[in-house]
Design a protein around this ligand. Structure first.
Ligand code: PLP
Ligand code: COI
Length: 354
């Protein structure tokens, strides 16, 4: 697996595995024993290393902190009943990783290096993968600029790091979502399609305001008219309207989600019509009122398939059906789980076995 990648490995002398409470795994708080680190300098990637997870020493002048040359990915690895470990579609994340890099004027990483570095780290920390239903190992690869220089210019040096940790689901209940018609996440020509750190930073104030009003997630709308839904804060928004799976097309304002792509592939397998197009707020509200909006969910790696319980726009809340009764998203969830945990045949070749 690591034939082509020469990785220096330093194992920890003090594993935290035994003292980790696997019955309490909130998203993003628990990290495994090791991390992967590589440096970019003199026009090439070098110093591939797996070492004990821990703090890194950085100059306070690094340009990532000042000008936001920083982005990340999110992937999950699963443990099957027979002990096999698989990573879900890391090749797709490798491609998206490089799209983010290009948009932020940062160096790309060969796709096989991206996948192999993740696989090597997961392999070393495979004992950290929870065996429980709805649980997985969350993989967070990221890259940031490290030149200690305050000029506004692309850095010449970067770090690529991968950290991983066991996790349960990101959301624990059906989401009360607010359709955001004032703030904007991304505009055409911007960087909405990149998994740029700055996209998440700029979403925090609108998300906090919505949380103060009792909402769990925002659904962003287009920057020009706020008439068409785009995506959620941490997932793509997908709907079953009048028997068709509809979702905003993956253009430059939207993160082209791996889960979104996976759900579309399953719907096509099942003969369900799929429309990737502009989805208007008006048609969703109409569908919520007349009962034709039979399913609505967020699709994402951390979010998995997160049911939307109600949609609110301009102070009006429209409740949707009981998520337990929704045939489509329930089938997506059970089919996906069966593939990821190795209980069903992986006909699309989505599992990368470690
Ligand atoms: N949209 C946003 C803004 C996200 O943060 C995510 C999560 O990664 C997604 C969509 C879903 O993408 P994926 O399914 O690749 O995780
Ligand atoms: C993911 O699903 O991997 C994400 O990146 C979402 C998140 C920002 C928690």
């Amino acid at each position: 697996m690591t034939d082509t990648l020469d990785i220096k490995i330093t194992k920890t002398q003090h594993s935290r595995l035994a003292e980790t409470d696997f019955s309490n795994l909130p998203f993003g708080k628990v990290f495994s024993d090791h991390m992967f680190v590589a440096d970019y300098a003199d026009g090439e990637w070098k110093n591939f290393e797996i070492l004990p997870y821990g703090p890194i020493l950085m100059s306070p002048a690094i340009s990532a902190l000042h000008y936001g040359q920083s982005f990340f990915e999110g992937i999950k690895a699963y443990k099957h009943a027979d002990g096999t470990v698989s990573i879900f579609r890391p090749d797709k994340n490798a491609i998206r990783f490089n799209k983010s890099a290009e948009r932020l004027c940062m160096p790309t990483l060969p796709e096989e290096v991206f996948v192999q570095s993740i696989a090597a780290l997961v392999d070393i920390d495979r004992e950290w993968i929870p065996g429980k239903a709805n649980h997985a190992l969350y993989i967070r690869p990221f890259m940031f600029a490290t030149d200690p220089f305050l000029g506004v210019t692309p850095s010449a040096t970067y770090k690529f790091i991968v950290i991983i940790g066991p996790t349960g689901p990101y959301f624990s209940k059906a989401l009360r979502v607010k359709i955001e018609t004032h703030f904007t996440r991304a505009a055409e020509g911007g960087m909405g399609f990149a998994k740029a750190a700055g996209n998440y930073g700029s979403a925090m104030l609108p998300a906090r305001k919505a949380a103060q009003e009792g909402f769990d997630q925002l659904i962003w709308t287009d920057a020009k008219e706020h008439k068409y839904v785009e995506e959620m804060g941490a997932a793509n928004a997908m709907f079953l309207l009048d028997g068709k799976l509809i979702t905003a097309e993956a253009k430059d304002t939207i993160l082209d989600g791996v889960t979104r792509d996976t759900v579309i592939a399953l719907a096509k397998d099942w003969g369900i019509p799929v429309e990737e197009r502009k989805v208007s707020v008006a048609e969703l509200i109409e569908g919520a009122k007349n009962g034709k909006l039979t399913d609505a969910f967020g699709a994402g790696t951390a979010a998995t398939i997160a049911p939307v319980g109600s949609i609110s726009v301009d102070g009006e809340e429209y409740p949707l059906s009981d998520p337990a009764t929704r045939a489509f998203s329930q089938k997506v969830l059970s089919t996906l789980d069966a593939i990821k945990y190795g209980r069903a045949e992986d006909t699309h070749g989505w599992n990368y076995i470690v």
